[in-house]
Design a protein around this ligand. Structure first.
Ligand SMILES: *Cc1c(COP(=O)(O)O)cnc(C)c1O
Length: 219
């Protein structure tokens, strides 16, 4: 299937209210443009430099999502245009995002990355750490960085029951937070291999890369 056919397939398959984030990391502009011409407007990248190059070169109505780990000293490069940062994992990072967003007279939406995978992955915080950030005076005072939901990555495994359990846990945490922070409406979970499970668990945003654009070549 072509990129364009894949985009159309996902757009018809995803329920209303679930956003498709096309993960275009490592892919050339031609591939993004093929998706764009098929109607796709949300693209996700995991490197700030690469995303900024693409933002400069591609149509300005694209919504750019940063889905990778963010180094604080690079926030300034994406602050003029990024619309959602998926993997915020500290108050320090949030402060930098707020500062840079303010300089650009913008609001940048963020998701807190919750560690749901069993494997000892480096990134993500616990439910308690996330709550601490949300309840902190420093965050409450921020006007330019706004947390709009949670993001998580399941364990990389063929065991569907385990993946389901991890996504259900994230959904449960999100529902719990929503009682105190109703603005946390988004749950970003599900990638090419597990998005069908994420859909059943109430995701609002799937991040699909290789099933749209083909396998990535890192070299
Ligand atoms: C690369 C990436 C994806 C997409 O992965 P695929 O398996 O290619 O769909 C989703 N989320 C994050 C955070 C990624 O880095």
């Amino acid at each position: 299937m072509t990129i364009s056919e894949n985009i159309k397939k996902y757009r018809s398959e995803l329920p209303e209210g679930v956003k498709l984030v096309a993960i275009s990391k490592t892919k050339p502009n031609e591939d993004l443009m093929e998706a764009y011409e098929a109607g796709q407007r949300i693209f996700g990248e995991n490197k700030i430099q690469e995303m900024t190059d693409k933002w400069e070169q591609l149509p300005k109505d694209i919504e750019w999502h940063m889905v990778g780990h963010v180094q604080r000293n690079k926030v300034k490069y994406m602050a003029p245009y990024v619309s959602l940062i998926h993997a915020v994992d500290s108050l320090k990072l949030l402060k930098e995002i707020n500062k840079r967003a303010k300089q650009n007279e913008r609001t940048i939406h963020c998701l807190l990355q919750i560690k749901i995978a069993e494997e000892d992955s480096k990134f993500g915080i616990s439910r308690d750490e996330a709550r601490e950030i949300l309840e902190s005076e420093a965050y409450q005072k921020m006007k330019h960085a706004q947390i709009v939901g949670l993001m998580g990555m399941a364990t990389f495994t063929d065991d569907e029951a385990q993946v389901r359990q991890e996504f259900e846990r994230l959904q449960h945490i999100a529902a719990d937070f929503q009682k105190d922070f109703p603005e946390l409406t988004e749950v970003s979970m599900g990638m090419s291999g597990d998005y069908h499970i994420a859909l059943e668990c109430g995701t609002t945003m799937v991040r699909i890369g290789s099933s749209i654009f083909g396998e990535r070549n890192y070299n």
